[in-house]
Design a protein around this ligand. Structure first.
Ligand SMILES: [Zn+2]
Length: 494
């Protein structure tokens, strides 16, 4: 929403949409077509799948959110009863119906049965509030969400009794390339399809991933249906990464990923059969990985998608924690969600992202001067997530900001700084695939050419420091690294 421009909010003619309510049924395709026929600007994007729900209500302003507090209340076995208790007649309660024409009609009917309600609670989905002014609709939203929050404050203070976790663990930077390598999709001899992985951690996340019952509450499904297109229905849970046992951890992760993918394939086959084998399977890899003792990783084909998965996973943790505090987290069953995951109107939301030659690849460029910054731009333009190291941290940050990348202060002649910088890249993006060893110093003149001269030794050491780190990282993500781009000080070799 923060990036949305007026163009992203297509205007439609209201009256023709309202007339559609007289229909008994309307397919999704026909609904989209009718909505498009009533656009004020023929080139506008498709109106929301909930356009008719807004249209069938008489109010001038209608707000809709998937507020975490409301979801914690309704994602319960007795969620509708809880919502009735909390809202005491001020909100209409709509049973779960998949978004689209059917939900729009049902919501309007619930409203008309009690036209003095201030909004609607959609069971296992979210909340609508309305009003004659934007302020009225907005203030009602805040009040209704606050009422849910005050009910949640009656919950248990300690929600997840902790499992026993080893005292000494591997770092997020060590395990991220292993997780990312295991989730890469390999097809014959083609370059693997890779994901960017973004770490999230903090006290609330650690309470959740360290819980003794993580395997139960984390696997019940998404908090509201449309999250499924970003996070899949379940996260991958991997074992605790105990210090000094990275090989065992790697093997366990590999097995867990294979099991996850096999379960996804089975789910797809079962649900696709129920709809007459009409759908094409999406990739079976997780989009959220929970690591006890460490935190969570959001996965996505781009850094932006990984961040969205991370945001939704953090929101999920908030909802599940609050839901378990007052009862039992109980979202929609899988069969209802398949329809959403493979609904053409939901998949259309993902269509904007164009896959480029380096999408999913992570590049490090050392030196953020003119050549480094231009190289970073070229790599980012081809789809890579880019980190820039420079002895001048501000210069690195400035060049990185241009490519929405990561800029780090790093003197590449100092092994400790190089190590720290690579660790930061692994935490931020999940690993390293491409290294452009560009940082260097150019000395002119005959004396600069002598290998015994300090300037030549410094220049050699700048590139040689980088190579061992690069080799180590590649080994840990177990992937063939692309040939590095040539650098100004010396050609990079493996
Ligand atoms: Zn919704």
């Amino acid at each position: 929403m923060a990036d949305m421009e007026p163009w992203g909010l297509p205007a439609v003619k209201l009256e023709p949409l309202r007339k559609m309510r007289a229909l008994d049924a309307l397919s999704d395709e026909a609904m989209v077509n009718l909505q498009r026929l009533n656009l004020l600007d023929a080139s506008a994007p498709n109106p929301s799948v909930e356009t008719l729900l807004h249209a069938f209500l008489p109010h001038k302003f209608v707000d809709h959110t998937h507020a975490a507090a409301v979801l914690a209340l309704v994602d319960q076995p007795d969620g509708e009863a809880l919502a009735r208790e909390v809202y005491d007649g001020r909100m209409g309660i709509v049973p779960y119906i998949a978004p689209g024409f059917g939900l729009a009609k049902a919501a309007a009917q619930v409203f008309e049965e009690k036209p003095d309600v201030e909004g609607l609670i959609l069971h296992k989905h979210g909340i609508f509030t309305f009003g004659e002014t934007a302020r009225e609709a907005y203030e009602r939203m805040i009040e209704m969400v606050s009422l849910a929050e005050s009910r949640l404050r009656q919950g248990r203070p300690v929600v997840f009794p902790a499992a026993q976790i080893a005292g000494s663990l591997e770092t997020a930077a060590e395990i991220a390339p292993i997780l990312r390598g295991a989730c890469a999709i390999r097809k014959d001899n083609a370059e693997p399809i890779r994901f960017i992985a973004e770490l999230r951690t903090g006290p609330e996340i650690l309470d959740y991933v360290n819980g003794a019952e993580l395997a139960s509450y984390s696997q019940r499904g998404v908090v509201t249906p449309d999250h499924i297109i970003r996070t899949k229905n379940r996260p991958l849970v991997v074992p605790v990464p105990e210090a000094g046992a990275l090989d065992d951890f790697g093997a366990a992760v590999q097995a867990a990923v294979e099991q996850f993918a096999a379960a996804y394939d089975t789910y797809f086959a079962r649900e696709n059969e129920a709809v007459g084998n009409t759908k094409t399977k999406l990739d079976p890899m997780p989009r959220v990985i929970l690591v006890p003792g460490v935190g969570l990783f959001g996965l996505g084909r781009t850094a932006k998608d990984a961040a969205i998965a991370g945001d939704l996973a953090e929101n999920t943790i908030r909802v599940v924690t609050d839901a378990e505090a007052i009862g039992r987290y109980d979202p929609l069953p899988e069969a209802d969600l398949f329809a959403l995951e493979y609904w053409s109107l939901e998949q259309a939301k993902l269509k904007g992202a164009v896959m480029k030659p380096l999408t999913g690849q992570i590049a490090v460029v050392t030196g953020a001067g003119a050549i480094g910054a231009a190289t970073a731009k070229a790599l980012a333009g081809d789809g890579a997530a880019v980190a820039l190291f420079d002895i001048d941290g501000e210069a690195a940050k400035k060049a990185a900001a241009e490519v929405k990348g990561l800029g780090l202060a790093c003197d590449v002649t100092k092994p400790e700084q190089v190590k720290e910088a690579f660790a930061a890249v692994c935490e931020r993006f999940g690993g390293v695939d491409i290294l452009v060893s560009n940082a260097g110093a150019a000395w002119q003149g005959v004396s600069a050419m002598s290998p015994t001269r300090p300037c030549a030794r410094a220049s050699n050491s700048i590139s040689s420091r980088i190579r061992p780190s690069r080799a180590r990282l590649c080994a840990s993500c177990k992937s063939k690294t692309r040939a590095a781009y040539s650098c100004s000080t010396s050609p990079s070799r493996r």
